[in-house]
Design a protein around this ligand. Sequence first.
Ligand code: 5GP
Ligand code: MN
Length: 317
Amino acid sequence: MFEQAKKLINDSSTIYVVGHIGPDGDSIGSAFGMCLALRKMGKKSNVIMQNYSDSFSFLPGINEAVKTVEEDSYDLLICVDSSDEKRLDISLEDFNKAKKKLMIDHHKQVRSYGDVNCIDTELPAASEIVYNFLNYLSVDIDKTIGMYIYTGLMTDTGSFNYSSTKSSTLRAVANLVEIGVDFSYICDRLNHTLKEAKLKLIAKTIENMEVYFDGKFRYSYVPYSEIYKLGLDEEDAEGMTNYLRLPEGTEVAVYVRGKSDGTNKVSMRSGGKVDVSQIAIQFGGGGHVRAAGYTMKEDIEKEKQELINIIGGKFKC
Ligand code: 5GP
Ligand code: MN
């Protein structure tokens, strides 16, 4: 899988790495893990990222990400953790400046958009593909690179609890622990530290929860005005869906948050019986069986009703 990707890198000197908009731990982890390794290989490399949640600010060097490409053209763009080129955290102009593109992803694919595509839908995180790729490239994975990779592995596997976690993931973790990655610190920062405003957002999400189909489906909408009032930025307003899934008997949970641009972001979680990626794809989004999302562009009440009908239909099957 990595032979052609290695050749692309060997033939390139200036390489940018980009993840998806509203970057999560896996997007950040795989992008920085890749970029820092490329620098070790003597390449000129930077991560392109527009914004990120404060909760990731403990990661060393995260503030060195750039928002734009300064060159008129560059050799290679590595796109990580995004199955959709339209969701990449880069302007179309800067995307088009790349002579070649390498895609590294683990989502259920809609279509590949790279000149070379390293896709493994069996792996739980793009960071695990990057980890394997770095080993293939014989890069020395130091503590900082390891910290990023670990962050990606941990966040996309629900701290190694989701059934998507593979024995290979845990072997990678064992190797990262061996080189001294402070996993306990990363867990503390990402799983056990919360802004007070976010705690209030959890309360709001639960307050607004609607329950359907005997508790099998839970839905909550938080308008942008509430998020703004709490002083939370877009990235901080994510991650509420998991709370909606907690009550016993819940099979699908959906959290919808208003965005500053007037659209509404839908985040879906499933216990596994319903494939939410199929539903997300129907609405123009994507994701995985148990975690998927899309953007509601039209009238929220109408789209909500459509969603309820589709999910209700799944329970009848
Ligand atoms: P989350 O609910 O955490 O925002 O996203 C869950 C999963 O669905 C992630 O793997 C994410 O990449 C994917 N996803 C969320 N929103 C979209 C979207 O609008 N389009 C696509 N293609 N994937 C999405
Ligand atoms: Mn991912």
